[in-house]
Design a protein around this ligand. Structure first.
Ligand SMILES: CCCCC/C=C\C/C=C\C/C=C\C/C=C\CCCC(=O)SCCNC(=O)CCNC(=O)[C@H](O)C(C)(C)COP(=O)(O)OP(=O)(O)OC[C@H]1O[C@@H](n2cnc3c(N)ncnc32)[C@H](O)[C@@H]1OP(=O)(O)O
Length: 211
């Protein structure tokens, strides 16, 4: 969903409050994954959380916070599963566009992302790379939906350690565009590599996103 956002102070204050709630929710998830408290304490906390969950459900949206083009023309998507400041599921990934118009993000996975013991789940790495590659084609001016994502897992991905994800646009043919990227150690050693084909949907060409 795309909306032109009239950035009112109220809307900004709400999003800021949601971001704080979301950070707390991530803390909660991390605490659940690592907790070693006794069963009685788990039951007590579960009951309290049930009450809090119902308070948040008192008024519900029909979908997460939307994709928006802000007044400055910069897209933001607070509900996004990868980058969303209002989505506890999001890492969140903070993607920067480099002067060369490539995508770069510093990230640290957490124990909640575990797949193989002491390692990040391969699907989580793929999700991050999908987003990075999508960002790279978007900043090249050919935003699209992922058609194909090919991932090559080279080394296990640790959590709890700083890593770097990068991606760059490579080429286009009609509405199809390709990009490639990787998650690497800070010294550049690649852990996971990916290439992706993104297709600009026919309707985006006919009705471009505002901004
Ligand atoms: C996602 C939000 C993006 C918002 C972008 C706006 C601004 C960007 C700013 C910031 C955003 C930064 C980063 C985020 C971006 C992305 C990261 C995450 C992306 C996703 O997480 S996204 C979810 C998974 N993704 C889907 O949910 C796609 C479902 N699907 C469809 O929506 C359609 O299927 C579609 C649109 C793909 C095509 O539909 P269509 O009708 O427009 O095009 P058509 O079928 O005519 O194909 C035209 C030519 O593409 C070839 N082609 C088609 N599909 C292909 C495929 N899968 N693989 C290989 N080639 C394919 C054909 O073979 C033909 O090729 P040829 O011209 O050579 O014959």
């Amino acid at each position: 969903m795309t909306t032109d956002l009239a950035s009112t102070e109220d809307a900004d204050a709400l999003l800021a409050a949601l971001a704080v709630l979301t950070r707390q929710a991530r803390e909660l998830v991390d605490a659940v994954v690592l907790t070693d408290v006794p069963e009685s304490e788990i039951a007590a906390v579960t009951a309290e959380l049930g009450v809090l969950t119902e308070r948040l459900r008192a008024r519900r949206r029909t979908s997460p916070q939307p994709f928006e083009i802000g007044p400055d023309g910069v897209p933001r998507h607070a509900g996004n599963a990868v980058t969303g400041s209002a989505n506890p599921h999001a890492l969140p990934l903070v993607v920067q566009t480099t002067p060369e118009r490539t995508a770069r993000a510093e990230l640290t996975f957490r124990p909640t992302h575990e797949g193989p013991p002491a390692s990040v789940h391969g699907g989580i790495s793929a999700m991050i790379l999908d987003h990075m590659l999508g960002h790279a084609v978007a900043v090249a001016g050919v935003a699209g939906m992922t058609g194909t994502l090919t991932v090559r897992y080279l080394r296990r991905v640790p959590y709890g350690e700083p890593l770097v994800a990068t991606a760059e646009y490579t080429r286009s043919e009609g509405r199809k565009s390709w990009s490639e990227g990787r998650i690497a150690l800070p010294d550049g050693t690649p852990l996971v590599e990916a290439t992706g084909l993104f297709v600009t949907p026919r309707q985006w060409v006919e009705n471009p996103l505002p901004g």
